[in-house]
Design a protein around this ligand. Sequence first.
Ligand SMILES: [Zn+2]
Length: 209
Amino acid sequence: MGNITLLKKQILETSIYSYNQGLFAGTSGNLSAYDGESNLVVITPTSIRYDEMTLEDIVVIDLEGNIVEGKHKPSSEWQMHCEIYKVKDNVYSVVHTHSPYATAFAVNRKSIPLILIEMIPFLGGEVPVAEIALPGTKELGLNALKVLDDKNACLLSNHGVLAIGETVDQAHIRAEYVEDSAKIYHYALNAGEIHLIPKDIENKMRNNK
Ligand SMILES: [Zn+2]
């Protein structure tokens, strides 16, 4: 369970950091990490404030949601996290936020187009919008999978942000870049005309990876 202990620490530290950054409000948002060896998921608990969360509050579940370790219930969005791990190879962490600028575009149901160079390496391009689904259901994850394709993040209609990565740090930084892109897009829309990154620049950047 060595990996699990390490993942629990990473989940706790990243949760508190994300809360302090304003990516989460109250008890909203949730984070998880998947251990490919044991097929277990380390996930934030439901309804515990991030500023009071300790290592003992982090929950370990299997892919069907059975609690393996922990005294709390897992995040109410555990099904969304597990659906992603079941389908996506090379995804070992899922970060779900309700960060304000990005969530505003999720309410507009407007994707964030390719406006910043960082969006290519970090997000895989534009940030698409997944169809609306009931919170706490499998469908939330399945709808996200439909638009994620080769992308690293998407918006969840009227709800928030989903970012995936090979590590907790990677998924977290991608969630940060979704919020950053949304914020800049918001200001740019208010200031005037939007110019997207031209296709030839995008292609060159993608080939230079
Ligand atoms: Zn949510």
